[in-house]
Design a binder for this molecule. Structure first.
Ligand code: AVI
Length: 320
């Protein structure tokens, strides 16, 4: 009997889609929301009135830029993990530059295109700021830099991006940061806070359907990149928030009993009506949880900044 040849699962994306969609219950990783279309949809989310995270962090940085930058001190490299369009970071860059602080700005991103856009806009708006973009994954890049530089490091990680990680992954992330920190280095991070559950649900379930399109973009990518035949109309976006754990979860729910084929994975999938694919977590925090996470990574909180309503906080960490 001739053995059936295995499909060529030659990328991490394919491997993880195979694993997630053959598991029970089904899941996919939100890191795959982001391609050119997904990046644009996320920009649109950040501009939505319901998505309070972006404006709140912007307000915190504007209000507390004096105190924040005074804690940063002088003569350092300002690294940013996943900088996006840099709109919020520019508040700090402008303030540092106005106060003649000696620093260079080193945004790290996987997307060369995102970095080029950022460089262009920083050069145009803040010509005195020295910007050196670094293309690559966060930790490999930081490690390389660390080995070749003696400058003090300040590492920014904004947008509550840490919230897309489960606690064990977040601890692993903070431990990796700890491993490249020297005694005088600082980490400045945004953590979205626990709040009225309705406010959170509204932020992740806008009526205009932008978040739904963002969530479904992962199916669009599987269709385009793996020969899938997901019918997007047959799935609905669903958001839940557990105020006890502080975890917001996004799902795609199959509205009908259906079969889906993914050619590149030689996969035929069955969905029962109302079966779920879990696609994202957006963790919300309080001081106790942030303290616990940082302790697990041997970091200590040296300052924190919040908006008037305590919707969102930025914390500064140092090696414990
Ligand atoms: C990028 N990340 C922090 C966003 C969040 O809030 O979890 C992604 C997002 N998902 C839905 N809306 C925004």
């Amino acid at each position: 009997m001739q053995e059936k040849t295995k499909p060529l699962i030659n990328t991490t994306f394919k491997k993880e889609v195979y694993e997630g969609l053959t598991a029970f219950p089904k899941f996919l990783s939100s890191k795959y929301f982001y391609d050119e279309v997904g990046d644009k949809l996320f920009q649109d989310i950040m501009a939505m009135p319901e998505y309070y995270l972006t404006n709140t962090e912007f307000d915190i940085l504007s209000e507390h830029k004096d105190k924040i930058t005074s804690l940063f001190g002088n003569d350092f490299s300002l690294f940013e993990l996943g900088a996006g369009d840099g709109k919020k970071t520019k508040i700090l860059l402008e303030h540092l530059s106005k106060n003649n602080i000696d620093f260079d700005y080193r945004p790290i991103d996987i997307s060369q295109n995102a970095l080029e856009q950022l460089k262009k806009s920083v050069n145009a708006e803040l010509p005195n700021v020295v910007i050196n973009t670094l293309q690559g994954t966060y930790f490999e890049t930081l490690k390389n830099i660390d080995e070749n530089s003696t400058k003090r490091k300040i590492i920014l990680f904004l947008g509550s991006n840490i919230g897309n990680l489960l606690h064990p992954q977040a601890i692993d992330f903070l431990q990796k940061i700890h491993a490249i920190l020297d005694k005088e280095d600082l980490v400045f991070m945004g953590f979205d806070q626990k709040k009225n559950p309705q406010t959170i649900l509204d932020a992740y379930n806008d009526k205009t359907g932008i978040t739904e399109a963002f969530n479904k973009n992962i199916l669009t990518r599987i269709n385009a990149e793996m020969g899938g035949n997901f019918n997007l109309e047959n799935f609905t976006h669903w958001e839940v928030y557990d105020p006890e754990s502080g975890t917001a979860k996004s799902y795609l729910v199959s509205k009908v009993k259906q079969e889906v084929v993914i050619e590149a994975l030689e996969l035929q999938l069955h969905f029962d009506a109302w079966e779920t694919i879990h696609t994202e977590i957006s963790q919300k925090y309080d001081d106790k949880v942030v303290t616990w996470l940082s302790e697990q990574a041997n970091l200590k909180i040296i300052a924190q900044f919040a908006d008037n309503e305590n919707l969102y906080k930025n914390y500064i960490f140092k090696k414990a």
